[in-house]
Design a protein around this ligand. Structure first.
Ligand code: NDP
Length: 442
């Protein structure tokens, strides 16, 4: 039963195609992870543009992989130690306290921002461990050898976590003396009449257990860092098997390490992103953060660990230039919006539209070039990762297509939100800034 109150209105418009769309994503994207593995593993790597269907069928219909993945104790131990180990580290790592945006009940949640300390502790422990083991890491080799099993376990774990927060969203918040203190704030999108849809999209906006904000933790730590660990495992595997590592694999590792560290270190910026401010935490975000990101974003590294490519210095530099140009656009535009919202920029030097909510929509600088120049920069970055794998297969380019689709869909969701929030002022903004993502193109 949906909760209906002034604070938590009933969700009438369902996103992602409603219940059928949510069902398709819940079943389709985990299948994609498994399919990408079968197209790129030790016994078969897609090369050229044709697929060897016989090779695929013989792998896929081996029932062992399902059994191995579902009931593998060592993989479960590893994954649970990873998730809860990072959670424990997050709890004890000091950081600065920051407030998030004002919520619908007028309150603000506090967050501990400890990305820099967290990454430093983790990196130093990993370097010491590698040093003591003379460069060999049994953990990285375990990740490489059990990739499919870990992916399946992470999918099951995401579904369990989504179920857990869904159940918790029905338990009223209570103070220590047992009195009901305040209603849980549900996501504007996750309070429909369909329980399945609410489970998928996320019913509660900011599920927390004690000091742990489950959404922020999952968004930045276990998934992003597992992606990094998988990338490292590819270098590690290639080195210990061939005594060398190809430049393309080193390059893509460097590019993605930079991107991941930037994400984790920009923890404060995430607090104003749609995922934190608008979306509830359900299967969509749990699966996206914990499974889809680590197990598909590493595809370029996985491919290069199996099919080493020598790109040469000139190509390396060209790809680096593309990545850092994309990063410049992505970072500067996000920074400009953040500075604008915090009142750090002088309104006299920028064109803007004042809305009835008091928000000033910037129509200058990066935000005068297109409505989401930041998405364009992010998309350029994704091209640089794909180019690192050369042109022997379209498989690794799956990422630019997927990410382009994600950003396009995100732009549409944001447009729908801003259209309701800002009304005719948003229409005026669209007239003054007609391009949606790519300046002068789209
Ligand atoms: P944006 O940073 O584009 O933020 C959109 C919001 O900003 C709007 O809802 C509105 O919010 C405000 N806004 C929009 N236009 C203006 C304007 N002209 N002036 C002032 N405020 C404006 O979107 P996201 O939060 O989706 O993305 C943030 C970053 O995260 C992007 O760089 C994106 O590329 C990246 N990203 C990366 C992903 C990945 O998997 N790698 C996934 C998703 C995002 P308000 O209501 O506050 O006015």
């Amino acid at each position: 039963m949906p909760n209906m109150s002034a604070l938590n209105p009933l969700t009438k418009e369902k996103e992602f195609g409603g219940v059928p769309g949510a069902f398709a994503i819940t079943t389709g994207l985990p299948t994609l992870i498994v399919a990408l593995y079968f197209l790129c593993n030790d016994s078969y790597v897609i090369d050229g543009s044709s697929i060897d269907l016989e090779a695929l069928k013989s792998q896929f219909f081996k029932i062992d992989w399902v059994k191995d993945a579902f009931f593998n104790n060592s993989v479960w131990n590893f994954y649970l130690s990873w998730f809860f180990g990072l959670l424990a580290l997050d709890l004890v790592t000091p950081g600065q306290y920051m407030e998030g945006i004002t919520l619908r009940d007028g309150t603000k949640l506090g967050y501990k921002i400890n990305g820099l300390n967290f990454i430093s502790i983790l990196s130093v422990s990993m370097i010491i461990r590698l040093y003591l083991n003379k460069g060999y890491s049994p953990e990285l080799e375990f990740i490489y050898e059990n990739f499919l099993e870990l992916a399946v376990v992470s999918i099951i774990f995401s579904a369990l976590l989504a179920t857990f927060v869904f159940i918790c969203s029905y338990i009223p918040l209570r103070s220590l003396n047992g009195l009901k203190t305040k209603e849980r704030i549900l996501s504007i999108n996750g309070n429909s009449e369909s329980g399945f849809y609410n489970w998928f999209i996320g019913r509660e906006l900011n599920p927390r257990i004690g000091p742990v904000d489950i959404k922020l933790f999952c968004e930045l730590k276990p998934g992003l860092l597992l992606w990094l660990a998988i990338n490292f495992s590819c270098i590690h595997h290639q080195y210990w098997n061939s005594g060398t590592v190809c430049d393309a694999l080193l390059l893509v590792n460097f590019l993605q390490l930079f991107y991941i560290f930037d994400g984790v270190l920009n923890e404060a910026g995430v607090l104003s992103m749609m995922d934190i401010t608008t979306d509830g935490f359900g299967f969509m975000l749990a699966f996206g953060d914990l499974s889809l990101v680590p197990f598909t974003y590493c595809l370029q590294s996985r491919y290069l660990s199996l099919k080493p490519i020598h790109l040469g210095a000139a190509t390396d530099v060209a790809i680096l230039a593309l990545m850092f140009f994309g990063y410049y656009v992505f970072h500067q535009s996000n920074q400009q919006k953040s500075d604008w919202k915090l009142g750090k920029l002088d309104g006299k030097n920028y064109k803007f539209i004042k809305t009835k909510t008091g928000t000033k929509l910037l129509c200058d600088g990066w935000w005068g070039l297109s409505q989401h120049t930041n998405y364009f920069g992010d998309w350029l970055i994704s091209w640089s990762w794909c180019f690192s794998t050369g042109f022997n297969t379209p498989l690794t380019y799956y990422y630019v297509a997927y990410f382009g689709g994600l950003l396009l869909h995100r732009q549409q969701r944001d447009e729908a939100k801003c259209s309701v929030k800002y009304g005719e002022k948003w229409d005026e903004y669209k007239r003054r800034v007609p391009y949606k993502i790519i300046p002068y193109v789209y």
